[in-house]
Design a protein around this ligand. Sequence first.
Ligand SMILES: C[S@@+](CC[C@H](N)C(=O)[O-])C[C@H]1O[C@@H](n2cnc3c(N)ncnc32)[C@H](O)[C@@H]1O
Length: 237
Amino acid sequence: MGEDWTPVAEEWARWWGSFAAPARELIVRATAVAPGSRVLDVGCGSGEFLAELAGRGARVAGVDPAEGMVELARRSVPAADVRLGDAEALPWPEGAFDVVTAINALQFADDRDTAAAELLRVTAPDGWVAVANWAERANNQLDAIDAALNDEPGEDGDLRLPGGIEHLLIDAGAHVVETGLIEVPFEVPDDDALVAAILFGEDPASGPLVIEAARPYRTGSGGYRFLNHFRYALARR
Ligand SMILES: C[S@@+](CC[C@H](N)C(=O)[O-])C[C@H]1O[C@@H](n2cnc3c(N)ncnc32)[C@H](O)[C@@H]1O
């Protein structure tokens, strides 16, 4: 397991819990999630997607290696089967789900090929696997803050680049049906929220740097809006 998200689980949920909403919406529509659909969200974080899926009548399950995330997800969606675990070793049998999703999560897996194979393994024959991740940095206005905080420019890992998710899934044996870019704006109402959302309470001395880097994205109401993108791929087993 990589970095443990437990210490930041509450703050994550507060500031970023709805961030992936446009990607979630796209996946729900494209995979035709309906009442009774068996859906697994891998790297489910604090469980916002599980709540949405449960609200649509799906039979939902989630998995995350961070105990703090699992606790939040279980609390927010008591009906969901939320388990502690990694994408690389999913604790369900073969073919258990109609739709398996991983949003903004696979980049944290130590072994992405194994993780992709696991997504496929627990998907029912002809079921859907849907993966979405941050696009390359040039497509994300939030990168201006990253660039200001880090001396070394961040690299674009494979999953961010065009074809990255697609090839991961194809190599795992999936049939990719659709790929694309989707807008995921990030908005906060004021300076305090911006600093809290970026620094999660760590390194308060960097607050002014964050605010300075965010200046071009300030809105008329004193908040901030950053236009970012996820890349996604929808595939069938
Ligand atoms: C950026 S959060 C995204 C949470 C959620 N998918 C969302 O979009 O709101 C990343 C999540 O991936 C989880 N994660 C880290 N390593 C993982 C792994 N190897 N397998 C599955 N999830 C992992 C983290 O614990 C964290 O909850």
